[in-house]
Design a protein around this ligand. Structure first.
Ligand code: PLP
Length: 381
């Protein structure tokens, strides 16, 4: 029996192969979360105006150490969409100028960019990356061939959602810098799936979730802004942090942290999540899980007679694999997988391709992948 299995509160009647969407919180982390909520209820005024704020500073310190960034360049936000929206809404870009991205981006971020591009007249240009991806060089060639003299900003996922691919963000950031372009990275899936050092990576702006692979409670995410980009970044909500009566030494922090009444408990649980991962040697756990993901990837593609959409190496594949699986009705297939087979797994469509994406976490068993393969063989048309 896997010793970590008992730590999770997941419903046993479902085969849970979708850690990627919203994570899952182990008991010790969840208990810490509830303790913060009890402290809040015991003394709402003291907590929201003082105790919680002091604890938030400690929590940002711990997150900064974990992510390789000064705490003063990080703020907590509820989810990656929130961070992405704050950036896109106040981005200093003129009508006619361009943002370069890929055709592999997450639907919510795609919608955010499209909304503001239409409203403000800038161009949101998707480099058409063709699948299967054959090599890093070819990927970079396809990406940069969509750039032009109007491109001012580069935006892309560190790890994509539907296709579950690790993208070569290091190379893209380095090249964008040479070309004088601003870099914005959607790292929703990265923390605790891949080692991350934000200062070394060098993106101008980076956001990610703590409630996915870091296993913090839902509603814990972060926005990183390098010091040179903080001045233009408006908070989504203007509140007491603007012309604060009790300013800190950082406008970035005052603006983005003072957000009206809210429960900081999920943010405050981040140090416990980091401690939990350290105490349980989580990089080894993650490496074992990722090995399993990659071992099974060719078994799925070969048995189902489909071509993989990328090389099956650790350059591209982490703790999730998106099995290319042609289906006319992804929604109906998803419902059948959950309701009939009792497998929780996302089925998504992107650019005419459909994918069934499995995640592998410490509590998963190989037998769950065996069952998934049998089911997909059955459902293949
Ligand atoms: C690439 C990517 N970006 C962003 C998000 C986060 O979205 P949300 O803000 O809805 O939690 C996800 C969630 O899965 C994602 O995969």
């Amino acid at each position: 029996m896997n010793p970590h299995k008992e730590l999770f509160m997941l419903d046993d009647s479902l085969s849970f192969l979708n850690f990627g969407s919203f994570g899952a919180c182990p008991r010790p982390i969840f208990e810490e979360y509830q303790q913060w909520q009890r402290k809040l209820e015991a003394s709402p005024v003291q907590f929201i105006t003082k105790i919680g704020l002091d604890a938030l500073a400690e929590s940002r310190e711990a997150l900064g150490k974990y992510l390789g960034a000064p705490a003063r360049d990080l703020v907590f936000v509820t989810n990656p969409s929130y961070a992405g929206n704050a950036i896109v809404k106040s981005l200093p870009i003129q009508a006619g100028e361009e943002v370069l991205t890929t055709n592999l981006e997450y639907g919510a971020m795609d919608r955010t960019w499209t909304y503001y591009a239409e409203k403000r007249g800038f161009v949101y240009r998707k480099a058409p990356i063709s699948l299967p991806i054959v090599s890093k060089d070819e990927f970079l060639k396809q990406f940069w061939s969509a750039a032009n003299e109007k491109t001012k900003v580069v935006f892309l996922s560190h790890i994509t959602s539907a296709t579950a691919l690790i993208l070569p963000v290091e190379e893209i950031i380095a090249e964008a810098k040479k070309r004088g372009m601003l870099t914005i990275i959607d790292g929703a899936h990265t923390p605790a799936m891949l080692p991350l050092n934000l200062q070394e990576l060098g993106a101008d702006l980076y956001f990610g979730a703590c409630h996915k692979w870091m296993m913090a409670p839902k509603g814990a995410s972060f926005l990183y802004a390098s010091p040179s980009q903080q001045a233009w970044l408006d908070p989504l909500v203007i509140s007491w942090g603007f012309r604060s009566a009790t300013p800190s030494d950082s406008l970035f922090l005052d603006y983005h942290q003072m957000n009206g009444t809210r429960d900081y408990s999920a943010f405050l649980t981040v140090p416990a999540a980091i401690r939990f991962m350290e105490e349980n040697d989580w990089w080894t756990v993650a490496a074992d899980c990722q090995r399993m993901v990659r071992e099974w990837a060719p078994r799925f593609t070969e048995a189902l007679g489909v071509a993989s959409h990328a090389p099956l190496s650790s350059d591209w594949i982490g703790q999730m694999f998106a099995i290319p699986f042609p289906t006319e009705n992804p929604v109906a297939l998803y419902r059948k997988l959950v309701d009939h087979y009792r497998i929780e797994i996302p089925v998504t469509e992107q650019n005419g391709h459909t994918f069934v994406r499995y995640s592998f976490q410490t509590f998963n068993e190989e037998s769950q992948l065996e069952q998934l393969l049998d089911v997909l063989k059955n459902e293949r048309r």
